[in-house]
Design a binder for this molecule. Structure first.
Ligand SMILES: N[C@@H](CCC(=O)N[C@@H](CS)C(=O)NCC(=O)O)C(=O)O
Length: 200
């Protein structure tokens, strides 16, 4: 049995979505970030963490990629050029989207108040939108980032863009990027995970 530690309103949602894609059952402890439950499995007390039996894996992307590799779905094989291209989209999602979203969040409610900057939100929005431009250029006419197949970075990008729209009100431009996001979020597994999030 898999166990996910972290609430649906955190990056644990990415893992919930991946588990729905795979049709795997799991137990969930909706532990908050920095809670004693999170600290028990992760020295930084960040969530999500994930347990496969007695083994603990930390970090949403590491967990999603682990599950994709283990079940041989939603990923290209390690050691192929396709996988390198796939991983490069995962890093685009982390560097250019998650990074900007997280720095804005840190300056809004995570960092101690005296270390927050008023200009951070505007700088992060600027940087995030550059990231979207790069994504749009690299996506081209593809259905999903690596072609016709949905892979791990589509899930991470889909989560980040949802966070951008719902929390920060950073809208993607109309056209290919919005169509891409709609395609990613139309997936039954996304909808099932979202329903669990809303019920939580
Ligand atoms: N790269 C990590 C980031 C984990 C992370 O920062 N999670 C947030 C909640 S979404 C957290 O636990 N924050 C608490 C903190 O920063 O102290 C991942 O993707 O899992």
């Amino acid at each position: 049995m898999y166990k996910l530690i972290g609430s649906a309103k955190s990056r644990a949602f990415r893992v919930m979505w991946m588990l729905e894609e795979l049709g795997e059952t799991y137990e969930q402890d909706s532990a908050a970030p920095r809670s004693p439950e999170a600290l028990a499995v992760n020295p930084s007390a960040k969530v999500p963490a994930f347990m496969d039996g007695d083994d603990v894996i930390i970090d949403s992307v590491a967990i999603c990629q682990y599950l994709a590799d283990k079940h041989d779905r939603f990923t290209h094989k390690a050691g192929t050029v396709e996988r390198a291209r796939q991983d490069s989209f995962t890093h685009l999602a982390l560097d250019e989207l998650d990074g900007a979203l997280w720095w804005a969040a840190k300056n809004s409610f995570v960092l101690p108040e005296d270390l927050r900057s008023d200009k951070a939100a505007a700088a992060c929005e600027y940087d995030y939108k550059r990231g979207l431009d790069h994504l749009e250029a690299r996506l081209g006419d593809n259905q999903f980032v690596t072609g016709d197949e949905f892979t791990v970075p589509d899930l991470i990008i889909g989560h980040c863009m949802g966070w951008g729209i719902n929390v920060m009100k950073w809208m993607p431009p109309k056209g290919p990027l919005r169509d891409y996001l709609a395609r990613v979020r139309e997936r039954p597994a996304f909808k099932a995970a979202w329903a669990k999030r809303e019920a939580s």
